[in-house]
Design a binder for this molecule. Structure first.
Ligand SMILES: [Fe+2]
Ligand SMILES: [Fe+2]
Length: 275
């Protein structure tokens, strides 16, 4: 009889010693000894209202629950994944809604603005390349300063968009198309004056875009307002650079100490620090 019990235990994946301890208690035969490999983790009691079967579980418990599944490798039951069954409230977004912020509209606007910055960075690469000759060399440096700061503006948006629950389009073509910045296209025939006109138009469009975000968020969303106002400050500087070159309009413009300095947005685009 005892031999049969030992065989059944082994067939279930247990060890003969476990069967001995289970049947006979501890080594002295009186106190039930803990089974080898049994759970020593704390018991967690679920909050009231939890469905039956989950009312009480033990971390890495050997007791099967409704949502637990057996980890055959270690013979244990993994606890239910709370992330799979419950979405937490995003307080950082809810407080904005309570302040009257249309968060969905804000996210849409930020993604649009991000696309404009990203595409401008690309097109300014071409515009810079076509600044040739004695006169073009000086303009090239100014466009390079603006180009790298547009990249900073794109980078600056990323964290805030995800914090607000947004996502970028899956297809980069969709992302770039929405920018509507085809007017920035250029080739070898594009004159320096045309290049400057394109740059000015891009900067002025960016001012409108970021001023809109400032107006949307003022008094409602301090984080996005700060971000948008810092980007706006750089866009206004960029506009003045190109107005100076095109119209001779006086400005307090001094060249950046280095391209990519981004004095207002550097803290929002720290990923560029090592570039
Ligand atoms: Fe920009
Ligand atoms: Fe700009």
């Amino acid at each position: 009889m005892r031999h049969q019990e030992r065989r059944r235990t082994v067939a279930r994946g247990g060890r003969p010693e476990d069967a001995d301890q289970h049947n006979n208690g501890g080594s002295d035969g009186r106190q039930p000894a803990p089974r080898k490999g049994s759970c020593r983790y704390p018991t967690v009691t679920a909050p009231s209202g939890t469905p039956p079967g989950r009312a009480q579980t033990t971390l890495f418990s050997h007791t099967t629950t409704e949502t637990g599944h057996r980890n055959s490798k270690i013979g244990a039951i993994n606890p239910p994944d709370p992330m799979a069954t419950k979405k937490h409230t995003v307080v950082g977004v809810e407080v904005l809604r309570q302040s009257g912020m249309d968060v969905d509209d804000l996210v849409k606007t930020l993604i649009y603005n991000a696309s404009v910055e990203f595409v401008a960075y690309y097109y300014f690469t071409n515009l810079r390349a076509f600044c040739t000759g004695m006169e073009g060399e000086g303009i090239k440096g100014v466009i390079e300063d603006a180009r790298l700061e547009d990249l900073s503006h794109f980078e600056s948006c990323i964290d805030r968009i995800y914090q607000l629950g947004g996502e970028f389009p899956r297809d980069i073509a969709d992302f770039c198309k929405q920018a509507g910045a085809d007017f920035l296209q250029s080739d070898k025939k594009t004159t320096l004056k045309q290049i400057l006109e394109k740059c000015l138009k891009a900067e002025q469009g960016a001012i409108v875009n970021w001023n809109k975000v400032c107006q949307m968020t003022h008094g409602k969303d301090p984080m996005t307002y700060e971000l948008a106002s810092h980007i706006l400050a750089e866009e206004i500087e960029h506009e003045s650079w190109f107005l100076e070159l095109l119209d001779g309009r006086p400005s307090g413009h001094m060249r950046r100490r280095y391209s990519g300095e981004r004095p207002h947005t550097s803290k929002h685009s720290r990923s560029m620090d090592s570039l």
